[in-house]
Design a protein around this ligand. Structure first.
Ligand SMILES: Cc1cc2nc3c(=O)[nH]c(=O)nc-3n(C[C@H](O)[C@H](O)[C@H](O)COP(=O)(O)O)c2cc1C
Length: 199
């Protein structure tokens, strides 16, 4: 079995919803085992409660040590001023040992994101990619074969770099069918490549 990890950070739940759709898409590929995990929170619970962030989770935390166990990792992060969230950055900054040992070389990597208004829809993924390249990972985007990317009849996130959604300026918008479709496509696409590379 090729092993795919969907690894995300989500403060308000939008990326978590997208991550579940990515996992669903990946799981639809036969011969692929999918695991859904989140990166550890770095903010104090009290601060999170003050800003109405999610504090209870049913998805387990990942450890840095387990990353080499997977053939592919699909990362999900909300944007922070056009970059990944600090929680994801902190997690990745603990992978120096894997870099030193070449433990992630040749593994498939892909990124999806969420923005409030679309500012950072592409840059969040683009600025994520150098970390993956430094690790020697095989970076995969979201091809235009995903019909959702051709539909401009409604506001949406997402680009050929990876699935995306718009949470709205006040965070009240939920992922549309289009955006969830992108997420499922990306999961299926990455899982298919991971399976081929796994042999
Ligand atoms: C510090 C900070 C910076 C943010 N920067 C941006 C931004 O540059 N562009 C944008 O559209 N949304 C921005 N947002 C909004 C988040 O991206 C949005 O809340 C997130 O996509 C929701 O995902 P989540 O529910 O998974 O946490 C920012 C939010 C915070 C807290």
């Amino acid at each position: 079995m090729a092993k795919v990890l969907v690894l995300y950070y989500s403060m308000y739940g939008h990326i978590e919803t997208m991550a579940k759709s990515v996992a669903e898409g990946a799981a639809s590929v036969e011969g692929v085992e999918v695991t859904l995990k989140r990166v550890p929170e770095t903010m104090p619970r009290e601060a999170l409660e003050k800003i109405g962030a999610k504090v209870e989770h049913d998805v387990p935390e990942a450890t840095v040590a387990e990353l080499p166990d997977y053939d592919a990792i699909i990362f999900g992060t909300p944007t922070r001023f056009g970059n990944m969230a600090g929680q994801m950055r902190t997690f990745l900054d603990q992978t120096g040992g894997h870099w030193l040992g070449g433990k992630l070389i040749g593994k498939v990597a892909s990124v999806f994101t969420s923005t409030a208004t679309g500012g950072g829809n592409e840059t969040t993924i683009l600025t994520f990619w150098p970390t993956l390249a430094h690790q020697g990972m095989v970076i995969v985007g979201l091809p235009y074969a995903a019909q959702e990317l051709l539909d401009i009849s409604q506001p949406r996130g997402g680009s050929p770099l990876g699935a995306g959604m718009l949470a709205g300026p006040d965070g009240s918008r939920q992922a549309s069918e289009n955006e969830l479709g992108q997420a499922r496509f990306q999961g299926r696409h990455v899982a298919g490549i991971a399976k081929k590379l796994h042999g």
